[in-house]
Design a protein. Structure first.
Length: 472
């Protein structure tokens, strides 16, 4: 027996299938994103999946093809459940126009959106590492990635993306700017300033291989770790003093918005290292003169007259003393220390002073000498180039970038040759007693002691967070 279905029957059947499909998709509670976006080093695919039960978005209507709903916030993620987000991390050389067009935004719309932003933001200030969030109506289909000199995101000519609705950038913590398409299709800018409040966080960990690895496991933000390393670098040789089983603890501020979301980090109030059983504790303190520094338990500033290691993240590749020269082939006195690091790594002034020499110096290659006081000079060799403004007679401050690692002169590879000269004699930078920093006395020492005890009380009362959200 054969059943014949006429045109009307086929139409009704199609309607029934469509209704069943819609019912099944609605019952899942999510709006799905076509996962055809391939992985990319600077593309962060984000599925905007909204539960229908969400009271904020429950009654959100689909976004019309040529318009986006108006909002009082710069947060593009509040748009319709039928919209998809794409986040691109800015790479060196990227422009906002490049990012938008390579993400599938028509050039004329990208230009209009960027133009509208100029009311509240200068697009030329876009920085490497920042994120650009784009919102598209409907599903964003067939986005592909392709390597390029500026950005490895592109959209093939035959691919389609939904209507471009908005873009959002966070220039700094607590500030968001956006360009959104209005009901008439034109773009307008919006800016939101969020009030951030400091929340104290206590973290700790056991070091197995390196402080950096242990801090990462504890979820400590990169900025906090760098602050710790900088503060301890006057007394700790991170290449030789750190041993398996050593430990650390830190009390720092995370800057949170009204919803409790951590958007940045604040100051480090307290940091501790226990190295081979010896405890080193530092406290962040501002003196009555307004000078802020880290002080030990005795009220002595950790800041010495000179840095032992005027470079971050480098490996001590050659120490002070007799050695067989790797190029010349004979044994002679090595009157400095070498730090191996990638070419271009910044080199810092070891202390406040005046540049005595900045130029080529025989086997040293590009060379800088700084006079800090009548007793101490420092020298830096094999630089690839000098920082802007570095010349004989220039005044520099401790920690200021003076040049960059290279392999000029007699060198087997990129490294910094660092010398400390005391009373015209070259001495071992890793062991010489350096000029001490500021010491608190009298009433100011008493005030510091009170502040220290308050910090100790906070540390004792806060639970240790083994894993916290990192913002860096």
């Amino acid at each position: 027996m054969k059943i014949k279905i006429g045109p009307l029957g086929l139409f009704c059947t199609a309607l029934l299938v469509a209704a069943l499909t819609l019912s099944i998709r609605s019952s899942t509670g999510y709006s799905q994103y076509d996962s055809s976006l391939r992985s990319s080093s600077n593309v962060i695919p984000i599925v905007t999946a909204y539960k229908d039960e969400d009271p904020v978005r429950k009654h959100a209507a689909p976004v019309p093809a040529a318009a986006a709903p108006a909002h009082d916030s710069a947060d593009a993620s509040r748009d319709s459940a039928d919209a998809s987000r794409l986040v691109v991390r800015v790479k060196k050389g990227d422009t906002l126009m490049d990012i938008l067009t390579k993400s599938g935004v028509p050039a004329n719309e990208a230009k209009e959106a960027i133009s509208s932003l100029k009311e509240v933001y200068n697009p030329r200030t876009l920085k490497t590492g920042q994120e650009v969030t784009m919102l598209f109506a409907g599903e964003t289909a067939n986005l592909t990635t392709a390597a390029g000199p500026q950005s490895d995101l592109s959209v093939d000519g035959d691919d389609e993306v939904g209507t471009f609705l908005s873009l959002k950038i966070r220039p700094e913590a607590g500030r968001e700017i956006a360009a959104r398409r209005g009901a008439g299709g034109a773009f307008s800018a919006a800016e939101v300033q969020k009030e951030l409040k400091p929340v104290q966080v206590r973290s700790a960990g056991i070091i197995q291989s390196s402080l950096s690895e242990a801090a990462d496991k504890a979820g400590i933000p990169h900025k906090v770790l760098q602050e710790m390393i900088s503060a301890f670098s006057y007394d700790v040789d991170f290449q030789r003093d750190i041993q398996p089983g050593d430990s650390f603890e830190v009390l720092y501020e995370k800057m949170a918005d009204g919803d409790g979301h951590s958007l940045d980090t604040g100051k480090v109030d307290y940091a501790e290292l226990v190295l081979s059983g010896t405890r080193l504790a530092l406290y962040h303190y501002t003196t009555k003169n307004g000078d802020t520094d880290y002080f030990n338990q005795k009220g002595e500033s950790v800041r010495k007259g000179l840095l032992r290691t005027p470079i971050d993240g480098a490996r001590l590749s050659s120490g002070f003393g007799q050695r067989k020269h790797p190029i010349l082939g004979y044994t002679r006195m090595h009157k400095g220390v070498d730090f191996a690091a990638p070419k271009g790594t910044p080199i810092y002034a070891a202390g406040n002073g005046v540049v005595v020499s900045a130029g080529r110096n025989h086997g040293y290659g590009n060379y800088i000498e700084i006079r800090h006081d009548p007793d101490f000079h420092t020298a830096y060799g094999h630089l690839s180039r000098f920082a802007s403004g570095i010349h004989p007679g220039a005044r520099v401050k401790q920690g200021e970038v003076i040049g960059f690692v290279g392999a000029t002169g007699v060198a087997t590879g990129p490294h910094l040759h660092y010398e400390v000269v005391r009373d015209n004699d070259k001495v071992n930078p890793m062991s010489v007693k350096l000029p001490s920093g500021h010491k608190l006395r009298g009433k100011e020492l008493d005030e510091f002691t009170v502040a220290k005890e308050q910090v100790d009380s906070v540390v004792a009362g806060l639970p240790i967070e083994s894993k916290v959200a990192s913002n860096e």
